[in-house]
Design a binder for this molecule. Structure first.
Ligand SMILES: Cc1ncc(COP(=O)(O)O)c(C=O)c1O
Length: 454
């Protein structure tokens, strides 16, 4: 069957629909453990973990059995007012137990990360209505941030390409500079000074808008899709201190970082910070059934539950809020995450992989930076190391590197001028070696074929 022709009917997310656009597509037919097979039978190490989400590997019998058991028992029921099913309560209890050190008291469910973020933004506003400060409606977030594709998440997102075709977006969304050592507007290479710049800017922005107009600051503990940006170690604690002084909520978008990817159960926990609201998805069900969750601490829970009049009424939720199959899958996935201590494995194997990738910087003119935390890592490709000018994504070099790696049996992902890795958290040390070794060969091939770019 010619799968390339079948593309015609289907608009791929995040791709060009231009007539004549004929980028070849990798069609994945099967997965098992940390590997997938394409329709032609080629076996590939899944270095992207689906889409930062297949954290426990493919085809896990425990997860399939849990889904099948649930399917036999009850495949669907809703959870709106006055109706529920046992699994949604099981998962709500489990998540509150997992994140009790963050004082998480309540949870709402959706079908993915965009739902989780949209829910967080709406409920943050409801919190302020219930708390008697309804003028707090604005959101602060970071450039390069990615928070999904619903209108709220798009509006707070810090990358213009998601805005261009879909405006006008939500008013009152203000982006601050990202604490990014490799590229920042201050040309600053010292982590301590960079944090000072960012904190000064945060204070200035709050001063300009007035804290009484700001609902929340929203950010990813490590930025994923925006370029794999790891902030200096004390950035989050310093931000939290400023927000506390101004009464502003902290929303941690843990859609990628949640459940172990950065080497701790939450990315924010890894930075020693406690958020008021957590956005969770991806690793919560590891790709087996779509699921997202938004969690609230006691400050939010109490204010809304004790809110006057209509401010305690939650007029938000989805047909698939707390889908039984998703809850059953999640409970089985979380068993694996805890039993196999996958956050610790991500920290250990991620550190090894980063150490093996770092020499690529010295070895290739085009590799400007190599960075990562846990099992989220990236190569940042440049035309000139001195100026750190990003390689023009239009030239397709990063995509060619990813393609060369794929032909050698390792899937990685090209995002603009980055080559990104986010393998299952079950990755073994020898599989990490394979990723590093394959990327070196892929770079060698592409630099040999395109010496002018390299
Ligand atoms: C940090 C972050 N937030 C939100 C989302 C949106 O999640 P979804 O694609 O499941 O809607 C993503 C997706 O990659 C993400 O990386």
């Amino acid at each position: 069957m010619d799968y390339q022709k079948r593309q015609k009917r289907f608009w791929h997310p995040m791709s060009s629909a231009a007539a004549g656009h004929t980028a070849p597509t990798v069609v994945i037919a099967r997965g098992d453990g940390n590997y997938v097979w394409d329709v032609e039978g080629h076996r590939m190490l899944d270095g992207v973990g689906g889409l930062w989400n297949v954290n426990v590997g493919h085809n896990r019998p425990e997860v399939k059995a849990a889904i099948a058991r649930q399917m036999d028992e009850l495949s669907y029921y809703q959870t709106f007012d006055g109706v529920a099913h046992p699994r949604v309560y099981d998962l709500a209890d489990r998540l509150c137990e997992m994140f009790k050190q963050e004082d998480m008291q309540r949870v709402m469910f959706g079908s993915g990360g965009s739902d989780a973020v949209e829910t967080a933004l709406k409920m943050a506003r409801q919190y302020w209505v219930a708390a008697g400060q309804p003028s707090r409606t604005k959101f602060l977030s970071l450039r390069n941030g990615y928070h999904g594709v619903h209108v709220g998440g798009t509006s707070i997102g810090g990358n213009g390409v998601y805005h261009y075709n879909h405006g006008p977006l939500l008013p009152g969304c203000v982006q601050l500079d990202t604490p990014w050592l490799y590229r920042n507007p201050w040309g600053c290479e010292d982590p301590q000074q960079l944090v000072e710049h960012c904190i000064r800017q945060l204070e200035e922005v709050i001063g300009f808008h007035g804290a009484q107009t700001i609902a929340a600051f929203v950010a990813e503990p490590v930025q994923g899709a925006g370029g794999l940006i790891v902030p200096p170690a004390d950035y989050w604690q310093r931000v939290r201190a400023v927000l506390d002084r101004h009464g502003i909520l902290l929303i941690a978008d843990e859609v990628v970082t949640g459940f172990g990817r950065t080497g701790s159960m939450l990315g924010s926990r890894g930075w020693g910070v406690v958020a008021d609201i957590l956005c969770l998805a991806k690793g919560i069900s590891a790709g087996y059934v779509p699921l997202g969750a938004t969690m609230y601490n006691s400050r939010i829970a109490q204010a809304i539950e004790q809110g006057e009049g209509f401010s305690s009424v939650i007029m938000h939720g989805y047909t698939y809020s707390g889908h039984p199959l998703a809850c059953a899958a999640s409970l089985a996935v979380l068993d694996i995450v805890e039993a196999e201590d996958l956050p610790a494995n991500a920290a250990r194997v991620g550190r090894d992989l980063l150490e093996q990738l770092l020499p690529l910087k010295a070895g290739f003119e085009t590799v400007g930076d190599v960075r990562g935390k846990g099992l989220m890592l990236a190569l940042d490709l440049v035309t000139d190391k001195e100026s750190r000018t990003p390689l023009d994504p239009g030239k397709g070099f990063a995509a060619r590197v990813a393609d060369a790696a794929r032909r050698r049996g390792v899937l990685v992902r090209a995002i603009a001028n980055k080559v990104v890795m986010s393998p299952p958290l079950t990755l073994t040390p020898s599989e990490a070696d394979l990723i590093a070794h394959t990327l070196r060969e892929a770079l060698q091939e592409c630099c040999r074929d395109s010496p002018s770019i390299a």
